[in-house]
Design a protein around this ligand. Structure first.
Ligand SMILES: NC(=O)c1ccc[n+]([C@@H]2O[C@H](COP(=O)([O-])OP(=O)(O)OC[C@H]3O[C@@H](n4cnc5c(N)ncnc54)[C@H](OP(=O)(O)O)[C@@H]3O)[C@@H](O)[C@H]2O)c1
Length: 339
């Protein structure tokens, strides 16, 4: 096998408060030879995801902690460059949970790794609309929210990978869709490009008033991506029979002891007249991914689903890009081009 050198971003120490660049470092090591059944992936695209911040803490209830010295976790798309496995040939494009690194050795016991279908879309789509964010939007809407025409759907983090897909699914179901986002530019995008009916900027001083005006008939579905103050204001407008899929708690990730991703569900359950709500992890529907992927690919193909990405060049820029993501300085799905 050709000798490769791996570049990886590892965690130096668990963050104490908002994430700092000094908490990461680049580690360069030779790639070992492959054992029978193994194959080597050269990662091309890396997805940066807000929940990874919780996993950097010493303890977390969101999956498990990343230890000091470990490669930071993340989904990737890459190419098999060497193989001792007949099912993963050199040149195949694969999705894997490789982490923030250039090369990754996998084998068939890794149930996440799979060859990508051939589609007329950029490979990054499998980290975005036809990946974890799109599937979370699809299953949260189809299995928990169950939208009906004429209902009012509100979604937070509306311009992000999950929120933008949620709102467009809501429009396809005939809902009145109201987004919540953090800038005028993001609000304009979700209304003018994605077709939401309305978008409210949560940084505006009269956000509460604007949200009430945008939802004159109350809220039937609130798709929760952020938690915190927004949940409290939304809760005041929920109708009887409302549904709240709790997908994430992004407002509370960048802290040394993260508030659980599921905590908005505790808040909604504690209301005097609680909506149907529950926290979900998209992996609950792992066996149903063929259903979501076919639906999402069809919708993309038919021009009914749009998406946006922010691309950063170079693995070494991943830590800063991740800090920017946690501070909402990205727009759409944040992806790093590794090579
Ligand atoms: N349950 C699952 O299986 C699953 C799967 C995938 C993702 N998720 C979750 O889904 C959510 C969205 O993911 P994404 O990848 O699409 O991320 P994203 O929307 O691109 O990024 C998170 C966004 O949250 C918003 N936000 C952060 N702090 C906020 C605050 N204090 N108040 C209001 N909004 C705030 C910001 O929106 P603005 O840019 O508008 O300011 C930020 O851009 C995250 O919570 C993520 O963890 C869950």
């Amino acid at each position: 096998m050709i000798h490769y050198e791996n570049k990886a971003i590892v965690l130096v120490r668990h963050p104490e408060g908002p994430l700092q660049l000094s908490e990461f470092r680049m580690k360069i090591t030779p790639v070992r030879d492959l054992e029978p059944g193994e194959f080597l992936i050269a990662n091309q695209w890396l997805s940066l995801d807000p929940y990874i911040r919780s996993r950097l803490n010493f303890s977390t209830d969101y999956v498990n902690s990343i230890h000091c010295g470990d490669v930071v976790a993340g989904e990737t798309v890459g190419v098999v460059v060497a193989s001792r496995n007949p099912n993963f040939n050199e040149g195949s494009k694969v999705f894997a949970y490789s982490g923030w690194q250039q090369y990754y050795i996998s084998n068939e016991r890794d149930f996440i790794v799979h060859t990508l279908p051939q589609v007329e879309l950029p490979d990054t789509i499998f980290l975005n609309t036809v990946g974890t964010p799109g599937r979370a939007a699809y299953f949260g809407m189809m299995r928990i929210a169950k939208p009906h025409a004429g209902e009012t759907l509100v979604v937070s983090a509306a311009s992000g990978a999950v929120g933008s897909t949620v709102g467009q699914i809501g429009k396809m179901a005939g809902c009145r869709v109201v987004g919540i986002a953090g800038s005028e530019e993001k609000c304009r995008y979700v209304v003018h490009e994605l077709g939401f009916d309305f978008c409210v900027n949560y940084r505006d001083s009269d956000f509460k008033h604007q949200l009430r005006q945008a939802c004159p008939n109350g809220i039937d579905i609130y798709f929760e991506n952020v938690g915190g103050r927004i949940s409290v204001l939304v809760a005041q407008l929920l109708n009887d029979g409302a549904r709240v899929p709790v997908c994430g708690n992004a407002a509370n990730y960048d802290q040394s002891s993260s508030i659980a991703a599921s905590s908005p569900a505790d808040f909604f359950s504690s209301l005097p007249n609680p909506p149907v709500n529950r926290f979900f992890l998209v992996t609950e529907w792992f066996k149903d991914y063929p259903e979501s992927d076919a639906w999402l690919l069809n919708a993309l193909h038919d021009g009914k689903l749009k998406y946006r990405e922010t691309l950063i060049d170079g693995l070494e820029k991943a830590p800063q890009a991740f800090i920017d993501l946690l501070n909402a300085r990205h727009f759409g799905k944040q992806i790093v081009r590794i090579s």
